[in-house]
Design a protein around this ligand. Structure first.
Ligand code: 1HE
Length: 266
């Protein structure tokens, strides 16, 4: 395990030692995101070892993350405020558009900047204790970590508007139903589920994972005719990789474990 900062650890684990566990380790302060911690998150995702194929993002203690460290919220002028927000954008972009897919393991509070952080991950697994809120609205501030772009993509503008205007809190079950998390796990089991998913992801062809992370969200933003063209280019690049050809050959030769199974992944 390496310590990216006193509030963040990076550990390489997994059957093939190719999963990075990036963990917020500021449990005493409910993993509140100080400027130092935001920069450590950025550095961790920018400097993952080349052997890593997927990552799990976790938070120590009873809560995933209580959002912005409010003790650092001092009077900033408008220019400083812009730079602060852009620092968050750079860090969360390093996670979303980094080298490997990230599965967030959620529990307890996933609030404010904590929800912004979680929404930058590629998959979210929530345990039964998870709750989601955007207290910025009632604290007289606004989201600044990319939340106004990413959160409506998960739950829609109307629901985010309601959360910010009224302080509405969603529990784990409703959060999964609405789209905050793709998986719901029993209490205390989000990490194991997230690790299991990360292992599956790590087994994919790296170029396919890269194309999904970097092309899919951008294609979804493009006008349809641009999107179709980008898709054609990316799919041609992915299928040209030797690993892709081998995987198709394996299926055609009836090799074990290559068939799509009817059993759903819960
Ligand atoms: C904190 C923070 C924090 C806890 N900044 N120190 N986020 C919020 O508005 C959420 C604020 N936090 C809470 O509502 C609660 O702390 C929790 C529901 C998350 C957890 O409650 P609980 O009872 O388990 O813990 P606690 O007793 O409230 O907090 C434990 C300690 O963590 C305490 O410090 P201590 O020295 O007295 O022990 C708290 O002060 C500290 N703590 N949360 C600083 N957020 C890019 S813009 C993003 C804008 C936002 O994220 S705004 C939303 C901020």
């Amino acid at each position: 395990m390496t310590r990216a900062s006193q509030d963040l650890s990076v550990e390489i684990i997994g059957k093939k030692k190719n999963i990075a566990v990036v963990r917020l380790t500021r449990g005493k302060k409910r993993n509140a995101l100080s400027d130092g911690l935001i920069l450590a998150i950025r550095d961790a995702f920018q400097n993952l070892p080349a052997s890593v194929r997927a990552a799990v993002l976790d938070g120590e203690g009873e809560h995933f993350c209580a959002g912005l460290d409010l003790s650092e919220l001092k009077e900033r002028d408008a220019g400083e405020g812009v730079h602060h927000s852009r620092m968050w954008h750079a860090a969360l972009d390093a996670l979303q558009y980094g080298p490997v897919p990230v599965v967030a393991s959620l529990h307890g509070a996933v609030v404010g900047g904590g929800l912004e952080l979680a929404s930058a991950a590629h998959i979210r697994v929530a345990d039964a204790t998870t709750f989601y809120a955007l207290p910025e609205g009632t604290r007289g501030i606004f989201v600044g970590g990319g939340g106004s772009v990413r959160i409506p993509k998960l739950i829609g503008v109307a629901r985010m508007m309601d959360m910010m205007l009224t302080g509405r809190v969603y529990n784990a079950e409703d959060g999964e139903r609405l789209g905050f998390a793709q998986y719901l796990a029993p209490e205390g089991q989000a990490f194991d589920k997230a690790l299991d998913l990360a292992e599956r992801i790590a087994g994919n062809a790296p170029l396919t994972n890269y194309a999904l992370m970097h092309a899919l969200p951008r294609i979804a933003e493009q006008p349809a005719d641009h999107g179709f063209m980008t898709e054609a280019l990316i799919s041609a690049i992915a299928q040209a990789a030797p690993e892709a050809k081998q995987r198709v050959r394996d299926f055609l030769e009836g090799k074990a474990g290559t068939k799509v199974k009817k059993t759903p992944l819960k």
